[in-house]
Every structure is written in structure tokens, then in C-alpha cells.
Design a protein around this ligand. Structure first.
Ligand code: SAH
Length: 500
């Protein structure tokens, strides 16, 4: 076959459903596939954190379209799919909800088959089921509904064959769930009543289901359109019609708890944010994640650990990074044997415990000054301080002043991360912003703007004096400073303030 042209073998395409918006509703399989992809073709209506696990060298192409806004034509999406897959790359096509429910995934699968490109489908939790569930609406119910139909409310006037068969739908013996039907809501309600459904039949509109901004408007076929209009309902929304829609009062469950109805911005870097976000959600808060900082590992060469008598760990990230480096060097916790191990607070202490180390010293107050004071009473000869590049000098300075030799082991830095417009808007529209570090203050104010924060009705909560100082330096005043300088102390302070 001399001279024959060797075409690259086609890559592989995954048609992935990323669920309706709550990151927790992404499947394990979707995260796995996104993590290995060379190329990601992403829609707009996917969870805000959906691509966090993507490879840092993956090419991410936004082929999204937002209701009414400019949209990448489907032909262009097809062209991109083909181009990358035929060049031998693995392509993750990430869609909101389920890829085969009003997601045009069927067409994309046909395209792949036509061109001999291997593909897989990763189903997702569709909005019709998830938004209903988060609003307390079971789409079927033993006593109330034994069938459910998913219907598009979006009528394309140029395609007469896609017109909805209203009489048939009105006669459908079960729950109707309309997608893409905000504009058409008056017509939907009218036509269903004209087709024989009772005007008193319950109906509910769920906007931004499963997201922090979820809203539910309830009514009957007679008044749901007017109520939705009055409430200013916007896409993405689904409309549920049927007796089950009346259950939302009884079994709506989202946002009950001491922080019910309160929206809270979490400004920590993502791996840390998720724990705090989950706690806040459990308390009923609507959480807006605006991670204006990211942790970036710094390359290190481990020093001769045996030459130190004291190890100081000043942050949970420092603890985790240290163990990453130990593992990379073929070592484990035994390499720290014999050292006195001190931390700045309970967060760092817990991080160390997760690696099998019980720290010898955890000061009562989680600030560098308290640790410096605690260390000053001990006979420290040589100390290793594991920390962030931008960490404060309080601890090393205090150790040096007490006559110790100090080596800093810089394991990571926190770098500012720009916020997408919609994250910025969501953050400025929230009730509270929580700050757990000075670097979070600096990155968030840089990303959002101090004036914009002042003009908003955002209230600010600080984890402790150092973070408060950073707020002051930015020209802002916290409304609350946590008496206990830990993430859970901050959340408690917020609960107390909101409740009181
Ligand atoms: N494949 C998606 C649907 C895409 S069509 C799925 O399976 O869910 C887009 C429509 O889905 C929107 O107009 C809206 O009707 C619905 N939708 C998507 N996300 C939603 C959400 N978080 N809350 C309510 N409706 C949503």
C-alpha cells in the first residue's frame, strides 16, 4: 500500500447530558467522560461547574444558545463535531438535561453514524423530571397520574408539520410537562381548556429548576399564564399541568431551614467551596458559587525533612499539597515522624488528620498571631513552614524572633480567576457574600468591582480579623465577623445574624 494516504482513525464522540443545573445531579459517568476529553462542545444550559474537571489542555468550545440570544447554528455544531472527531480526538458534547430529550442529540448521533464515528450516549437527568421534583411535584402519583408526557411548547411557525396536536394533548390521561413554553404559555393554557381540560386543573411553572435561583409559580389553567406574567417568569422554565402540580404546597421541600430564601455567595476556590456550599444548601440557602480564586500548585523540591524539629502547616491546602509532594517522592506520613507539628487552626488540623497526622499544636484562635504566641513558649530550633506563596509572614517572623532557623516550603499559590458575566450578576444579586480569606476578598473585589458591591444590596461576612482587614483595605466594611474563625464558624455567624 505504498503511497496510500493514511487518514487518522476517527476519534470518539460522547453525547452527554449534564443535568438541569444543580452540579450534584451530574452523573458519575458524565464527569468521567468530561475529565478525559480532548475537545468539549458545551451548551449554555449546563451546570456552572460542569467543566471543572476537564483537562487543563482540553479545547472548550461554547456552542451554547440562550433563549433568544445569538446562537451557534446547529450546522456549525455538526461541523465542529465532525472536524474534531475525524481528526482522531475524543469529543465530549455536553448538553443540559438529557441529550435525547429536546436536545437534538438524536440528530448528532445520526451524524456520527453517517460518518462512521463511534459514539456513546450518557443520559442525564432531564429538566422536566428534576425541576418538577425540586418544586415538590411528582410527575406520576399512584392516586393522581399514571402517565406523563414531555411536550415542546416551542412552535416553529416555519414548520407546519411540527404543530402541536392540541385536542390529543388535552385528552392525554396524565401529567403534561412543557419545555420551552414561557412565551407560549397563554396559548398552551387556552388550547388545553378548549380541548376539554378543566380550567380549574392545577398548573405550575418552575423557572431555573434545581438552581439557586429556582422559582415556582402555581395556579390553574385559568390563571397560570397571568400569574407567570405577573411574576416575570423567564426561560429556562418548564410548565407542569395536572393534579400533581397542586402538590407543591404540600411537599415542596427546597429551601426550608434557617437560611430559607437567603442567597449566599461563596467566594472560596472550588475544591473548598463545595463543602461549605453543601452545608449552606442544607440550611436552606440558595448558594451562588463565585470562586474568584483558584489553587495552583507550585513545583517544589522537598528539603531534608529529618533536619527540622518543627513543622508548621498554615492552611488546609498546604496540608493536602504537602502530602501530594510526599507521595510524589515515594514517601508517606512516616517522613514527618519525630517532628513537632503545629497548625494555624482547626481546618488545617482536620486536613492533617485526613492524612493520618494528629497535630501537636492547634491554637485556640485560628490566626497566625495566636500560633506565633503558642510557638514562642517552645524551644524551636529549625522549623519548616508549609504554606501558600502569598501567606502572611507573622509565623515565620515570630519564629525567627525567638531564635529559630526557618525554612519556607511554598507549595501553592492562589490565583485570581475571572468571573463569567452571569456569575458576576448572580453574585451581585445575592443577599450575602462570605469571605474566608484575604485573597478571596482581593480576587472577588477585582472580579466584581468595589463600586458594584457598594451599589448592590450585598451584605458581607468575614471569617475573622485578617479577612476583615482585607475588606477594609478594599474600602468595604463587613456586616458580620465570625467569632470562631473557621468555615463552620462563619456559617453559624450567618445563621445567627439572619435568624436574629
Ligand atoms: N435536554 C434538556 C432540554 C433542552 S430544551 C433536558 O433534558 O432538560 C431547553 C428547555 O429545557 C428550556 O427551555 C426549559 O423548558 C427546559 N429547562 C432546561 N433547564 C431547566 C431548568 N433548570 N429549569 C426549568 N426548565 C429547564
Amino acid at each position: 500500500m505504498k503511497g496510500a494516504r493514511h487518514l487518522p482513525r476517527p476519534g470518539r464522540v460522547w453525547l452527554i447530558g449534564a443535568g438541569p443545573g444543580d452540579p450534584g445531579l451530574m452523573t458519575a459517568r458524565s464527569l468521567e467522560v468530561i475529565a478525559q476529553a480532548d475537545v468539549i462542545l458545551a451548551d449554555k444550559l449546563i451546570p456552572p461547574t460542569a467543566l471543572d474537571g476537564a483537562r487543563s489542555d482540553a479545547e472548550v468550545i461554547d456552542v451554547g444558545k440562550l433563549g433568544g440570544g445569538p446562537q451557534v447554528p446547529q450546522e456549525e455544531t455538526h461541523r465542529l463535531l465532525l472536524e474534531h472527531a475525524l481528526a482522531g480526538r475524543s469529543v465530549a458534547r455536553v448538553k443540559g438535561g438529557d441529550p435525547f430529550v429536546f436536545g437534538r442529540g438524536g440528530e448528532e448521533a445520526q451524524l456520527c453514524r453517517e460518518h462512521g464515528i463511534p459514539f456513546e450516549v450518557v443520559p442525564g437527568v432531564t429538566a422536566g423530571i428534576a425541576a418538577s421534583a425540586y418544586a415538590g411535584i411528582p410527575v406520576t402519583h399512584r392516586d393522581l397520574s399514571s402517565a406523563v408526557a414531555f411536550v415542546t411548547g416551542h412552535e416553529n411557525p416555519e414548520r407546519p408539520e411540527s404543530r402541536i396536536d392540541w385536542p390529543a394533548l388535552a385528552a392525554f390521561p396524565g401529567t403534561l410537562v412543557f419545555y420551552m413554553g414561557v412565551k407560549a404559555l397563554p396559548r398552551i393554557a387556552e388550547q388545553l381548556v378548549a380541548g376539554g381540560r378543566a380550567a380549574s386543573e392545577p398548573a405550575a411553572v418552575v423557572q431555573s429548576g434545581t438552581l439557586p435561583s429556582q422559582r415556582v409559580v402555581t395556579g390553574t389553567l385559568a390563571d397560570i399564564a397571568a400569574r407567570a406574567k405577573e411574576a416575570g417568569v423567564r426561560p429556562p422554565s418548564i410548565t407542569v399541568v395536572g393534579p400533581v402540580a397542586g402538590l407543591t404546597e404540600e411537599i415542596g421541600w427546597l429551601g426550608r431551614g434557617p437560611l430559607a430564601g437567603v442567597s449566599v455567595v461563596v467566594t472560596r476556590a472550588r475544591p473548598q467551596a463545595s463543602g461549605m456550599a453543601a452545608t449552606l444548601r442544607d440550611l436552606g440557602a440558595r448558594v451562588v458559587e463565585a470562586p474568584a480564586i483558584r489553587i495552583e500548585p507550585v513545583d517544589v523540591t522537598l528539603p531534608d525533612l529529618a533536619s527540622f524539629d518543627t513543622l508548621v502547616v498554615t492552611s488546609p491546602n498546604g496540608a493536602h499539597r504537602l502530602f501530594e509532594e510526599l507521595r510524589a517522592a515515594g514517601l508517606d506520613a512516616r517522613a514527618l515522624a519525630g517532628m513537632r507539628i503545629a497548625t494555624v487552626g482547626p481546618g488545617s488540623a482536620n486536613a492533617l488528620r485526613s492524612h493520618g497526622i494528629e497535630p501537636d499544636l492547634v491554637p485556640g484562635r485560628a490566626v497566625g498571631e495566636a500560633l506565633a504566641e503558642a510557638l514562642s513558649g517552645l524551644d524551636v530550633q529549625r522549623a519548616l513552614v508549609a504554606r501558600a506563596e502569598e501567606a502572611r509572614e507573622v509565623v515565620p517572623d515570630a519564629l525567627k524572633a525567638a531564635g529559630a532557623e526557618v525554612e519556607k516550603l511554598v507549595l501553592y499559590r492562589t490565583v485570581p480567576e475571572p468571573l463569567a458575566d452571569r456569575d458576576r450578576d448572580a453574585a451581585l444579586g445575592a443577599d450575602w457574600a462570605l469571605f474566608t480569606s484575604g485573597s478571596a476578598v482581593r480576587s472577588f473585589t477585582a472580579a466584581v468591582g468595589v463600586d458594584a458591591i457598594r451599589e448592590s444590596s450585598l451584605k458581607l461576612a468575614s471569617i475573622g480579623p485578617v479577612t476583615t482587614e482585607a475588606l477594609h483595605a478594599a474600602g468595604l466594611d463587613p456586616d458580620v465577623e465570625a467569632p470562631e474563625h473557621t468555615p463552620s464558624g462563619l456559617v453559624s455567624a450567618l445563621v445567627e445574624r439572619v435568624g436574629g
